[in-house]
Write a protein that binds this ligand. Structure first.
Ligand SMILES: *Cc1c(COP(=O)(O)O)cnc(C)c1O
Length: 361
């Protein structure tokens, strides 16, 4: 059932009913959606079935659908890029789909064939190829999602699921320049505990984080840096990004201990760091070490990594009312180098030595 070829029923939107394309220079993030979506269903008897690409439209779901009550929902985020010759590429899409299968396993949801879903994803992008933005740094953001659609209030894994992919043209993240952000180090709330669901991209993790985010934003910060839930001293990740520190000659990122999301961008930065013979270490780092290194003049840079922003430099940290400024609040050379290299690979301006790019059409 996992590996049979998937037959996709194609229903194209009526040419007269295509949406008006949004202004390419003012796309925002996840505001506009393309003309088509992909949907397939799963149940115990039939496995994956009813795969279809059809006009973007509302779903009809029973109010008792289990996702609304018990939150079995997982998702992914990746992008399609327009290369210099107008061909469309994806960046390491199998990593995202394999991660989604790992999220599915953790949430007692069905897994799928990565090959089949990648095929569906490519077909869907090709159909809406006019939606891949041409403006500099803009991309088509892809959101594969799976939800428990079986109605019922008894708590158990659902026996019916809906998988879908929607797509949104998104602007360059740094439309106003590559400016460092102010980050609040969260010491009241926690994101994930050992044995929990922190390494799954599951909806509840984000629902649980918005209280912390809004409180940080009220104080003038744009994101929070999470600490471990037990001792509240080890650095984990920031918002929806993984985190890196440049201390002395070391590039440090916390290890994948089970409570942080294993980012594809994180993995790519580690690979580039190895290519460049940098002293890259996946090791635990406490917030005290960060502050002490700053005091000793050794903390050179901090930056986040994630699909949405690629690299987000951190200009300021606030921990227990103590504010430190990193690299004078400016983007450091390391963050700049990773950002430029990744963007150049993704937009087809640099040789892709690791075969990260997958051609759509
Ligand atoms: C998606 C996500 C990341 C970044 O992962 P990428 O694959 O690099 O986009 C990091 N942390 C959290 C909590 C996330 O949800």
């Amino acid at each position: 059932m996992l590996h049979n070829d998937l037959d996709i029923n194609l229903q194209k939107a009526d040419p007269g009913c295509l949406k008006e394309k949004p202004d390419q220079n003012n796309l925002g993030f996840g505001v506009h959606f393309t003309d088509h979506l992909f949907v397939m269903k799963w149940n115990r008897q039939r496995g994956w079935h009813n795969a279809e690409i059809k006009p973007y439209q509302d779903f009809s779901l029973d109010p008792a659908a289990m996702v609304f009550h018990y939150g079995q929902a997982i998702f992914e985020g990746l992008k399609a890029y327009l290369g210099p010759d107008k061909q469309i590429f994806l960046f390491r899409p199998k990593e995202n789909l394999e991660r989604m299968n790992r999220s599915a396993l953790r949430m007692c949801m069905p897994r799928f064939s990565v090959e089949n879903v990648l095929k569906a994803l490519k077909a869907l992008i090709y159909l809406d190829r006019d939606w891949v933005p041409e403006s500099k740094g803009a991309t088509l953001y892809l959101r594969p999602t799976m939800i428990a659609s079986e109605p019922g209030l008894g708590l158990r894994p659902a026996e019916e699921y809906t998988f879908f992919i929607i797509k949104s043209p998104v602007g360059a993240y740094y439309s106003e320049g590559f400016n460092p952000v102010r980050i609040y180090v969260e010491d009241k709330y926690v994101r994930a505990v050992d044995g929990g669901v922190g390494e799954a991209k599951t909806a509840g993790n984000y629902a649980a984080s918005v209280k912390s985010l809004t409180e940080a934003q009220e104080k003038g910060f744009s994101q929070v840096l999470w600490l471990d839930a037990v001792e509240r001293k080890f650095v984990e990740e920031v918002g929806t990004s993984n985190i890196f520190f440049v201390i002395g000659d070391e590039l440090i990122t916390p290890p994948l201990s089970g409570t942080i999301l294993p980012g594809v961008t994180r993995d790519s930065v580690i690979q580039l760091a190895k290519d460049w013979s940098l002293d890259i270490k996946e090791r635990s780092i406490t917030i005290d070490e960060v502050y002490t290194s700053h005091k000793n003049g050794l903390l050179k840079e901090i930056f986040g990594t994630g699909t949405a922003a690629v690299i987000s430099p951190v200009g300021e940290l606030c921990y227990q009312e103590k504010v430190i400024t990193i690299n004078d609040g400016k983007t450091g050379p390391m963050a700049q180098r990773f950002y430029e290299e990744l963007q150049a690979i993704q937009f087809g301006q640099r040789e892709d030595v690791h075969n990260w790019m997958v051609r759509v059409a």
